[in-house]
Ligand binder design. Structure first.
Ligand SMILES: [Zn+2]
Ligand SMILES: [Zn+2]
Length: 187
């Protein structure tokens, strides 16, 4: 079995099934890690990954890169785009990979089955599938893995706010919900 097929199976287990997004995401993550001189499928403490979409492709990226929200090594950006950026926090090197086919739908035949897609992606070099951009990513020290640096209490609701995510007004700290409004409404 190719390295790709092995990692694809792993990502499929994590996601629940092997769909088109898992097929592409696995390849994207392998290509990204190889470009960063890291080993796909293995956790690397130097790696932080920004994914730009909360769809299938990001589950494959999580699985192959072994990054996680809880370890602060995965940053979901929610841009709705088929792209991810790989950052080496030791060297600052950062590469943004874009799924070329997701942006040019006519490159993929409509009647391609998932097995045909896997076969084709397995046999196609990453260079032909993904655009790679050299980028610079500024990471706030609070967003790096490791011990929490700033812990505050919101003056309004009294809840704890970690990792410098508070806002200062009139010398007091506030959480985002109290400061700018929230995604939820209290009933
Ligand atoms: Zn899926
Ligand atoms: Zn609050």
């Amino acid at each position: 079995m190719s390295e790709y097929r092995g990692l694809l199976e792993m990502a499929g287990k994590f996601h629940g099934d092997i769909c088109g997004g898992i097929v592409m995401g696995t390849k994207l993550a392998i290509h990204g890690m190889e470009k960063m001189q890291m080993k796909p499928g293995e956790k690397d403490k130097r790696l932080i990954v920004y994914t730009e979409i909360d769809r299938c492709i990001s589950d494959a990226i999580m699985s192959v890169t072994q990054t996680s929200l809880g370890k602060k090594s995965l940053k979901p950006m929610g841009y709705g785009k088929f792209a991810a950026t790989f950052v080496n926090i030791e060297t600052g090197e950062a590469l943004r990979l874009v799924d070329r086919e997701a942006n040019n739908k006519d490159e993929r035949a409509d009647d391609e089955t998932i097995e045909e897609l896997i076969e084709r992606i397995d046999g196609t070099p990453g260079e032909e599938l993904f655009d790679v951009q050299r980028v610079s990513v500024k990471i706030d020290k609070n967003d790096l893995p490791g011990k929490p640096l700033e812990i505050m209490k919101c003056k309004e609701c009294g809840e704890t706010v970690m990792d410098g995510k508070h806002h200062i007004k009139g010398g007091y700290a506030y959480c985002t919900s109290c400061y700018t409004g929230s995604y939820y409404t209290l009933l």
